[in-house]
Design a protein around this ligand. Structure first.
Ligand code: FES
Length: 219
């Protein structure tokens, strides 16, 4: 009678074939399976072969701030050059206000000298019984602006004392000639248009331009 131990031993001996064993007919051949043996740690850390890919170490981090400063300097330099290039082609002109302007209707003025445009346009509007004209407020000595002295009915230059009558004709001081008069004309509405870009003069010993067309408006 077989014991359980003998039965197990016989089963193991049957499942493990030995060299020289005869495989019974009808049974599939079974190759011996090598036992898996875990590799020792030294085998895992073995050095790589010659043909293995070597990973390169990453570059050192770039100094981004320094790169920004360099680019900002380059952009600033190029912008300056471009602006200088444009400035070279722009005209260096001084924009001055127009020399022509309107001062209202002849009926707006009473007889005598009106000084309301002195500050804005450096002129006086002078109205007589037969004409209206515009005096350019510039002393003919050295170019100061005289003052209108209504109580004395004359212009007086504060710089060197030249005096002019109510029509700006010089009669005292170093002024060599009367003050100039500006071109005047009436526009389509009947307003007085003054042009201080065109002046009428009366140089000493020369022709008097005060009676030329444009030097006054007849009333
Ligand atoms: S500038 Fe008017 S008197 Fe000399």
């Amino acid at each position: 009678m077989d014991s359980p131990l003998n039965t197990e031993l016989s089963a193991n001996s049957a499942s493990t074939s030995q060299p020289g064993d005869t495989i019974p007919a009808g049974e599939p051949s079974r190759a011996p399976t090598p036992a898996k043996t875990p590799l020792p740690p030294a085998a895992k850390a073995a050095p790589r072969s010659v043909g293995a890919v070597v990973e390169s170490t990453p570059d050192a981090p770039v100094n981004k701030m320094r790169r920004r400063i360099v680019w900002a300097s380059i952009v600033g330099f190029l912008t300056t050059c471009f602006l200088m290039f444009l400035r070279f082609f722009l005209p260096r002109s001084i924009l001055e206000p127009s020399s022509k302007f309107s001062v209202g209707f002849p009926s707006d003025y009473a007889l005598g000298v009106d000084t309301k445009w002195q500050q804005q346009y450096r002129i006086w509007v002078d109205k007589t019984s037969d004409r209206i004209f515009v005096i350019y407020a510039r002393c003919t000595h050295l170019g100061c602006t005289p003052d209108w002295k209504a109580s004395e009915n004359k212009f007086k230059c504060p710089c060197h004392g030249s005096g002019y009558d109510s029509e700006a004709i010089n009669f005292e001081g170093p002024a060599p000639r009367p003050m100039d008069r500006a071109h005047v004309e009436l526009d389509a509405e009947g307003q007085i248009v003054v042009d201080i870009g065109k002046l009428y003069k009366w140089p000493k010993g020369d022709r008097n331009e005060f009676n030329d067309p444009g030097a006054y408006i007849p009333l």
